[in-house]
Design a protein around this ligand. Structure first.
Ligand code: CP3
Length: 349
């Protein structure tokens, strides 16, 4: 008799991250727990507001599980937010309904000096680790649990401006006019990110992902200094503490920089936004390891034959190497939940 449990293949996401080209790519979606799902809106209403949802482990675990129950994704991503780290470092944080996040601003060395030491973050973030522990017990055994954090540059853009900005102007100004203060902020965020992700892994996260949503506004040397180098430092520190930990990095809109980023950072997988073509990325980026992406989220709003054709084209383009199917950015609140089912059907056939 064969031992069924021992024979069970490793989780598909972990196999892809280890470099295996699978006949059917595993799939999950950025922002898969979110406002396009009626069950998310119900749990969020029960929590009262978004931050209470993030800091109530039972409810955060519940919304993490909702898309797994509905669609059977191959991975669950911890429900939290990249802006919890600034809050844990002492920034004020609140969300304005219909607009987005607001934070106290940092405009020079005093603001950086006023931040709490890195060790202090766990006090605020303890409920997030509890969410991870609940999930690692509750998830189906074939589902991979992904933890995450924002990359230092992206988090810094919000801390400096106090909100999302179209061009990250305030962060660029602090970087160019007060480099010592900016570098001190980046260093603090880099160390905090290492501690935060390491604590998620200790609590049960099997993979971690680093979101650098605004990496695309860093040009030339700035890209290397503020996107590539911090990612490399975070990845090296995490791998030293947790040998074998797979890491996904998302330097959104990095364009041609994706190639060097994939080689130089030590990431096991780079997540591709939808500004790069799958055919280009298969030739230039996937040769160096696993890639994740890169369907435009708008297809989940519009659906129809274009959704199916585009999904199949991406699966086909990346079929020769390790690939995790995903979107190029987060699913939007106006997406049709049935289109997600159609996308999955087109992937799994
Ligand atoms: O399902 C998942 O992907 C896990 C949870 C998750 C959220 N935010 C929940 C969330 C993750 C991984 C994030 C990452 C995040 N948060 C990023 C990086 C990825 C990206 O989208 O570029 C950024 C930049 C943020 C900061 C943030 N959080 C913004 C700008 C906003 C407002 C915009 C919006 O979509 O409302 C949020 C709020 C937020 N984070 C929501 C969710 C589900 C919506 C909040 C609500 O319910 O009203």
């Amino acid at each position: 008799m064969t031992d069924q449990a021992a024979d069970r293949p490793a989780k598909t996401i972990l196999r892809a991250l280890a470099g295996e080209a699978l006949p059917v790519p595993p799939v999950w979606m950025m922002r898969q727990a979110g406002r396009y799902l009626p069950e998310y809106k119900a749990t969020r209403a029960q929590a009262g507001d978004f931050l209470s949802l993030c800091y109530t482990p039972e409810l955060a675990a519940e919304v993490t599980l909702q898309p797994i129950r509905r669609y059977g994704f191959d991975a669950a991503i911890l429900f939290a937010d990249i802006l919890l780290v600034p809050q844990a470092l002492g920034a004020d944080l609140w969300f304005v309904t219909g607009e987005g996040p607001r934070l106290s601003t940092i405009d020079g060395p005093d603001g950086v000096a006023a931040l709490k030491p890195v060790d202090a973050i766990h006090e605020t973030l303890a409920p997030v680790y509890e969410t991870v522990r609940i999930l690692s017990r509750a998830l189906p055994r074939e589902t991979t649990l992904i933890g995450f954090a924002g990359a230092p540059w992206t988090v810094a853009t919000y801390m400096i401006a106090g909100r999302g900005t179209p061009d990250q102007g305030p962060a660029h100004r602090l970087k160019d006019e007060q480099p010592a203060a900016f570098d001190a902020l980046m260093a603090r965020l880099t160390e905090a990110t290492i501690e935060y992700l390491s604590a998620q892994v200790q609590a049960g996260a099997e993979v971690v992902k680093i979101f650098d949503s605004w990496a695309g506004s860093l040009k030339g040397d700035d890209f290397d200094r503020y996107a590539l180098a911090p990612a490399k430092r975070i990845i090296a520190a995490l791998k030293a503490r947790h040998p074998g930990l797979p890491i996904i990095a998302f330097p959104r809109e990095a364009g041609a920089h994706y190639i060097r980023f994939a080689r130089a950072t030590g990431a096991d997988c780079v997540a591709l936004d939808n500004s790069v073509s799958a055919e280009w990325a298969a030739q230039k980026v996937q040769v160096d390891g696993c890639v994740q992406g890169n369907l435009a989220p708008s297809h989940l709003v519009t659906g129809g034959p274009a959704l199916i054709a585009e999904t199949r084209r991406i699966v086909q383009a990346f079929a020769g190497g390790p690939h995790i199917f995903n979107l190029g950015h987060g699913i939007t609140p106006d997406a049709d939940p049935d289109n997600v089912s159609r996308m999955i059907e087109a992937i799994r056939g």
